[in-house]
Design a protein around this ligand. Structure first.
Ligand code: 5AD
Ligand code: SF4
Length: 438
């Protein structure tokens, strides 16, 4: 029987958090808690937080502050999980003493218990890692639509100078292939067509003698996966075997997310990234030689400590040189306990913004040009939903993640993979018409 108290999970940050939130919701559903979208109406609000940049944590803290004001007026349980629950636990306890639950992924098997306790007025604050039980939650993919994220590993063994993730998520642990396959099977059963394999650094996946290219190859061969993606790859660990596996399996999307972070060797060195821009460029060339239609997206940071105008120019040059399909661009912000915290954050906020705007404006122009060049061409689209602007239209994503809105012929359903002729290219999307149902 369903319980009376409703739960809502608010997710910040990356796809790993999306995956974790699906798991939390699945577990609570199994314990008969009704899950609702609108957190303002919920009796229990669990916030899955992100601490990767200063701005991300500010957003989290300000939401907690607002919710605690509501808690003064009505019965409300508030729980905080994710990266802030790890790296800012003391801060949370000090500044928000009315929080009911602070939890980490290791607590998921007990999350329903934590919520039950909180509803009875008992607090649950995670201690150190308790156990590493691998929970497979049958219902976690029920609401994920066309595309499901599946974690293949936790944590990160790298030590990029700016990054808080190793502190938040701990050392790398690769999940058992059987667990990964089981979750993929559950996702496909729920109607999913696209699988996204997740890890902080998927290329260093290793379970016994199974490496990432081997795992990817096996996953690609599973019947029913129309599209397969993986994030995030670290350039220093990209192998020829990986390129070969992608070439051999047509359902692996020809768009690779490969964070470059900077185009300057001096900056890359201070960032402790373990490669030079020349090496990065070589990987791109190898991919292109093997798979000519391949495209790339990337992460970049501007204003890293001691980034000179010359360093920045090299990053800008990399943007022009590689012609990325998409750039996730960030202004450097210091994170406590990282190696970069000890460096002098000497690029002024104004200068960071100037560098940010230069790349962003250039990239916007390039993307618009690319989108316009697709007019008249036919692209393959995974249908994900009805169009937000016009309910008579459908929307979906191309293989390189461009959003497409298109007129349907009435025979197309959400989760289908279809061919669409592009009629118009805009800065952030494409407009088209259906060609045929695959
Ligand atoms: N400041 C700015 N950007 C950061 N990133 C990670 N840490 C920081 C930081 N301290 C960016 C990197 C990473 C992405 C997820 O977030 O580009 O790849
Ligand atoms: Fe952070 Fe570097 Fe690990 Fe990515 S590879 S999570 S940037 S430490």
């Amino acid at each position: 029987m369903l319980k009376k108290q409703t739960v809502s999970v608010v997710t910040f940050g990356c796809q790993m958090n999306e995956y974790d939130s699906s798991k939390i919701k699945g577990i609570l559903k199994n314990h008969n808690f009704p899950i609702i979208e609108d957190y303002k109406k919920a009796d229990v609000i669990l916030i899955n937080t992100c601490a990767v940049r200063e701005k991300s944590e500010h957003k989290v803290f300000s939401l907690i502050g607002r919710l605690l004001l509501i808690k003064k007026k009505r019965n409300l349980v508030i729980g905080v999980g994710g990266c802030s629950a790890e790296v800012s636990k003391d801060y949370l306890l000090k500044h928000f003493p009315a929080l009911d639950i602070i939890f980490t992924p290791e607590n998921y098997p007990k999350i329903a218990q934590f919520v039950e306790n909180a509803l009875k007025g008992q607090r649950s604050i995670h201690e150190i890692i308790e156990d590493n039980e691998e929970v497979v939650v049958e219902s976690m993919f029920e609401e994920c639509g066309a595309s499901a994220c599946i974690s293949i590993m936790k944590g990160c063994d790298n030590n990029c100078a700016y990054c808080i993730v190793p502190q938040a998520r701990g050392a790398e642990i690769s999940r058992r292939p059987e667990t990964i396959f089981k979750e993929i099977e559950l996702a496909l059963k729920s109607g999913v067509k696209e699988i996204i394999l997740l890890g902080q650094n998927v290329n260093s996946y290793q379970f016994k003698d199974i490496t990432f290219p081997q795992l990817l190859d096996e996953v690609a061969k599973i019947d029913g996966i129309k599209r397969l993606r993986f994030v995030t790859s670290h350039p220093k660990d990209v192998s020829d075997e990986l390129i070969h596996v992608i070439k051999q399996n047509r359902n692996i999307c020809r768009n690779i997310h490969l964070p470059v972070q900077s185009g300057s060797d001096a900056t890359l060195k201070r960032m402790n990234r373990g490669y030079t821009y020349g090496h990065y460029r070589e990987i791109i060339s190898k991919f292109k030689a093997a798979i000519p239609e391949i495209t790339f997206s990337t992460d970049m940071i501007v204003g890293f400590p001691q980034e000179t105008e010359e360093d920045f120019e090299k990053t800008f040059q990399a943007v022009k040189d590689i012609n990325f399909e998409g750039i996730y661009l960030f202004k450097y912000s210091v994170r406590q306990g990282t190696d970069a915290e000890k460096m002098d954050d000497d690029v002024t906020p104004k200068e960071k913004q100037r560098r940010f705007d230069l790349i962003l404006n250039y990239q916007r122009e390039m993307v618009l040009k690319k989108n316009k060049s697709l007019e008249g061409k036919i692209v393959n689209v995974l249908v994900t939903d009805f169009s937000k602007k016009d309910k008579h239209k459908l929307c979906g994503r191309t293989e390189n993640s461009k959003a497409v809105n298109f007129n349907s012929n009435g025979e197309v359903n959400i989760n289908d993979v279809v061919d669409v002729r592009i009629l118009a290219g805009f800065p952030n999307s494409l407009e088209g018409e259906i060609v045929k149902n695959n």
